[in-house]
Design a protein around this ligand. Sequence first.
Ligand SMILES: Cc1cc2nc3c(=O)[nH]c(=O)nc-3n(C[C@H](O)[C@H](O)[C@H](O)COP(=O)(O)O)c2cc1C
Length: 635
Amino acid sequence: MFSRLGSPLAIGPVELPNRIVSTAHQTTLVHEHLPNEDFVAYHEARARGGVGLIVLEAAAIHASGLLTSHTIGGYLPTVVDGYRRVAAAVQPHGTRLFVQLFHGGREQIASAPRAPALAPSAVPSARFRTEPKAARADELEEIVAGFALGAELAAEGGLDGVEVSAAHRYLIEQLFDPALNRREDAWSDGSAFLLAVLRAIRGSAPTLALGVRVSGDSPHGRAIAEVAISDGVDYVSVALGESSSYLGSVGIVPPAPVPEGVVAEHAAAFRLGPPVIATSRVVDPERAEALLEAGVADAVGMTRALIADPEMPAKAFAGNARSVLVCIGCNTCIAHYHAGTPIGCTVNPRTGRERTVPPLGREPKGLRVVVAGGGPAGLQAAADAADLGHDVVLLERGDRLGGQLLLAERSPGGAEMAGRFLELLDRRVTAGGVRVDLSTEATPEVVAALDPDVVIVATGAAPHVPDLPLAGIEAQQAWILLAGEVPTGRRIVVVDWGGDPSGLDAAELLAAAGNAVTLAVASVTVGEAVHQYRRNLCLQRLYRAGVEILHHRELVGAANGAAELRNVFARELHEHVEADLLVLAQGRVPVNDLAEALRELALRVEEVGDCLSPRSLEEATLEASVAVRRLSVVA
Ligand SMILES: Cc1cc2nc3c(=O)[nH]c(=O)nc-3n(C[C@H](O)[C@H](O)[C@H](O)COP(=O)(O)O)c2cc1C
């Protein structure tokens, strides 16, 4: 089992103990451009879990290349101390440690005040709306020197290797792209720049392994790899996507339902000599082993898989792959990066909190825990409480576990994500020996009769019913539709307030079932509360399905078979849209009568998730995990 994945691999002067790689990813565990203590703990957890190689996140090699205020300053002398602390935590576990050396060129994610953007030529970039100046030749030379300095500091910090970012249409790829490099000087040739960078690095840090990262789906990826290989790089890391466009950026961290292992079709073309690391949506060790067996790559990046479960390699190699907390492709991790908050993970609330949220050990004194509600918060609470050794009863009033995950599971965008998470939670609850009572309303009497030491209330949410005049049209909640029969052949208007994804999910589902769908959205952008990569793919599917999108329209009423919509900015503008069904996605309200009634019975109560106020899956699992860890402390 996993004989290939578990075998060592030589990368230049360095031997990896196995072929699972945590590729470069921004953690936002960086303060004043230096790694903080949480950063060290985060990577130590992954090294302890058995990953073969960690490539630390993009470290700017020059101040002009900082993407955000949380980018590591790989040019700062003080970074050496940070590297040393990470190396001291990671390398004793046998994991090898590289850092990615980076310059974003015209790409800048930071908000104002932004530094001036530098690029090969003055070509604006759409996604982050940067308008760079063309770098002077001497500025590009300074950047080459920055790569040399970055590598020297990495060597001084005790790292094993460096990787040059030439992927994602950042500076080096920009230099290879004739649409972006209109120079007429020596740097009109991207190869010349890359060779100068590689040689400068070899000159300043000759003992380090040296690799290059390219985007396998870029028209320039192969040329970049060939130049790098001609100069003797020790490995090629194949990623996907590019930063400058909405759709291209989705490929950088492709969410579900992008097919798993999507990198396979691109990576094989890069097997040109040195070892290839292939990365993107490889979630299971089984799939990683299959990629190696098929000869697609020599090692596999499993970055989000490790964000979700740092122990994944150790579990897989110990024959325990079924207990892995599997990545569901929800992209909470990259959503945190874009929001400027420390890395987090929906399926693993400890991610990014390794120093503050303790692992689940066995409690010496098991408690009788009753969990009311079998949605994601209740399931997470039940699974975690069972792992801690408590005696758990889970009450669910429906005839299936899952709560809102069951709604998400119906939609094209949510099916894989919700399905995987449900499977994971279900497996954990079963393995933990939780008693599950379905079709059981958690009334105060039912709960009290179970004689609990503590009750975890996770009763979730219900759709908000707007106080609007809606007579004269058939209206239905998006939730009801997602939970039941889907009509066909009708003219339907979905009115979406722009928050939770039920309106988008319903619109997609209805369009796929052959209805003529208009989606009226009240927020500034469609899917404003959904992470941009998932939102972009959702928009792609909506447009392809022929859904008509009306922006900035809120529902004010309905009569005579037409919905009345108002422009949220120019409120005097009203219009009537005919429909034979109006689908409402107007927000949610918490469902929580139980907690108060239980307190009156003098029972100890913890409330978690949407019953406190409806939010995302992430808060549901986080609050459940934190509440469960509190149980014995105050018992
Ligand atoms: C939060 C986050 C930050 C990332 N930052 C970087 C980065 O600094 N440099 C880079 O080359 N790729 C970056 N990536 C892309 C990953 O290295 C990887 O290619 C991507 O997550 C797809 O692989 P996976 O499906 O195994 O997660 C980032 C990904 C995530 C999730």
